[in-house]
Design a protein around this ligand. Structure first.
Ligand code: N01
Length: 542
């Protein structure tokens, strides 16, 4: 197999992080090739184009903050824009920075292997490219490998099937159709409220009832837009100093929920519920996610709301979540619970009546057959480890990354970015990526750190940089400890791999807040957690 081209760096994935990485490296004069499986930029916002898809972090912080010019030139329409608007923004950035000339679209990574002789990565694609690069930077996304339940007989279904994250570019027509949606996470909740407006009948198949916080999506006034554009440096500072990188949300009462009387708490929760500002409900009191008793007060408030909103008592009962609120990735929705009052919407509780099989006409549960024209899988992802473990990445001695991690049973990284045995490889969105923080601002921190690290490596005449076992062990222990102390340890979700049967359980992401996370990266700027192999005759100083 002949190597056809050589680059300084190969990046894989043209989402927010891959695009920014490409921009920084290219500005510094590196030769870079970015491979992207889709036909355009946008990553998650390219793939997840299901009806109702929109962002749940306010747009003032769900955008790049590295360029004041981009910030000034782009105008957002609303606080929580739709997928198509975010995708337009990605296209705008790609055009503005002229990124496309170094991106090869419709090209899927098939393997990447470190060659210890040449000290280069050999990268192969499904389009037949075989290229070589010193640096290999997979930016594959954390939630990019769709997961769907293994339903017996699905291949016989004669209607249409879709997964929310592999939605076609053409509009899917639900008018007059009997539709099933399986899954009630962030994607399911948005798809359900949207599809219910069009379908003749919508049946929701729910495995775990969710706490869904109400969100409204006000248009931005010209004054708000002006303010966002004119105060960019201040906004950027606030984002970087905020505990989840999204300063719209504030901790309203910095004391325990148990310190207020039940009446006072009720009034306060009611106020926040009526604000309809999604995540804000979880930042009501200081201890909602750290004290189970405080948590129960908010959980009970939401359950009472569900019973008030949903008119049919059986449906309401089936919608009542029992886990600790905030213990799964929070879900926000507009009129989600109200949707179940529509005559064309019904709910199947899979815990009571599981799906037995699929026939050519529809889905058979333990109670009987439901006929459908369309089945929508909103059933999530093989998250965090999935994309990298499926990517055929081999480091020193031909070891596969998935084997280094023992299929996920022994997950170890340094900073979620570097791996022992995989020199000159930097993974942007992989295991140990922060889960409870605005992903765009996290991406910026990681990309900037990788960029500075590569510059350091080049300035010091280094051929190979590799995390030490000690650094990897220390970071992994830290990530696991923070995870074990968090609410996420107590609830089943994709954060721990519990969404997929048979997937090893563990802390797939970093659950420390944005400030802790930045501190870890700042500390790593001394590069003491790495070994360096100098180019011949070059001494490396740390
Ligand atoms: O996936 P999910 P998602 N049989 O894993 C159910 C981001 N995102 O695509 O809870 C039946 O959350 C599963 O049930 P359970 C965001 O980070 C952001 O919705 O595991 N059901 C669950 O109900 C989000 O967290 C935005 O018991 C099965 C659902 O399918 C992440 O992407 C929008 C099943 C999957 O929910 C993933 O969200 C969308 C089975 N075998 C996504 N397996 C915004 O910014 C799974 N389920 C707004």
């Amino acid at each position: 197999m002949t190597i056809s081209k050589e680059f300084d760096a190969v990046i894989v994935g043209a989402g927010f992080s891959g695009m920014y990485m490409l921009h920084l490296l290219r500005e510094e004069g590196f030769s870079v090739r970015l491979y992207e499986a889709g036909s355009n930029v946008g990553g998650t916002w390219y793939w997840n184009r299901y009806p109702g898809a929109r962002c749940d972090i306010p747009t003032e912080s769900y955008c790049y903050t590295f360029s004041e010019e981009i910030h000034r030139e782009w105008t957002w329409s609303s606080v929580y824009p739709e997928q198509s608007e975010i995708l337009d923004y990605c296209n705008f950035v790609a055009n503005k920075l002229d990124l496309r000339r170094d991106i090869q679209f419709n090209t899927r990574l098939t393997s990447a292997e470190y060659d210890e002789k040449s000290k280069k990565w050999k990268v192969c694609t499904g389009e037949g490219d075989i290229v070589q690069a010193k640096y290999f930077i997979p930016a594959l996304g954390n939630v990019s490998i769709p997961h769907a339940p293994n339903i017996k007989g699905l291949e016989h279904f004669q209607g249409e099937t879709y997964h929310t994250s592999r939605w076609p570019h053409e509009k899917v027509d639900f008018k007059g159709k009997r539709v099933a949606v399986i899954g009630t996470g962030s994607s399911g909740v948005q798809a359900i409220t949207s599809i219910s407006k069009e379908a003749e009948h919508l049946t929701v198949f729910q495995r775990t009832p969710q706490f869904v916080s109400p969100v409204k999506n006000p248009l931005l006034s010209p004054d708000q837009v002006k303010e966002m554009k004119n105060n960019f440096p201040e906004l950027r500072r606030k984002i970087r100093e905020h505990f989840i990188g999204a300063p719209t949300f504030d901790l309203r009462r910095p004391y325990s929920a148990l310190e207020d009387t039940p009446e006072e708490r009720q009034r306060f929760y009611e106020e926040l519920w009526n604000e309809q500002n999604g995540f804000q409900l979880l930042f009501s009191y200081l201890d909602i996610t750290v004290n189970d008793e405080a948590n129960a007060t908010l959980a009970e408030f939401v359950r009472t709301k569900i019973k008030e909103i949903v008119k049919d008592p059986d449906t309401a009962e089936n919608l009542l979540p029992t886990y600790l609120i905030g213990g799964k990735r929070p879900v926000v929705g507009t009129n989600y619970y109200e949707t179940y009052n529509q005559e064309n919407v019904s709910l199947v509780n899979l815990k009571n009546t599981p799906i037995v099989e699929c026939t050519k006409k529809g889905l058979v549960t333990s109670e009987g057959e439901h006929e459908f024209d369309i089945i929508v899988f909103a059933s999530g992802f093989d998250a965090m480890t999935g994309p990298l473990m499926k990517a055929n990445i081999r480091g020193r001695n031909g070891i596969f990354l998935k084997d280094k991690w023992d299929g996920g049973r022994n997950l170890k990284t340094f900073l979620g970015v570097c791996n022992v045995g995989f020199p000159n490889m930097f993974t942007i969105t992989g295991p140990h990526f922060p889960l409870t923080t605005n992903a765009i601002t996290v991406n910026e921190v990681i990309v900037e750190w990788i960029f500075d690290c590569i510059k350091y490596v080049e300035e010091h005449g280094v051929e190979e940089i590799e995390a030490t076992s000690e650094a990897e062990e220390t970071w992994t222990n830290h990530a696991n400890e923070v995870g074990e102390q968090s609410i996420y340890a107590k609830v089943d979700s994709w954060y721990t791999g519990a969404n997929i049967e048979g997937k090893p359980r563990g802390f797939l992401g970093y659950t420390g807040d944005y400030l802790m996370f930045q501190e870890q990266f700042n500390n790593a700027r001394d590069y003491k957690g790495f070994t360096f192999t100098p180019k011949q005759n070059v001494a490396v100083e740390k």
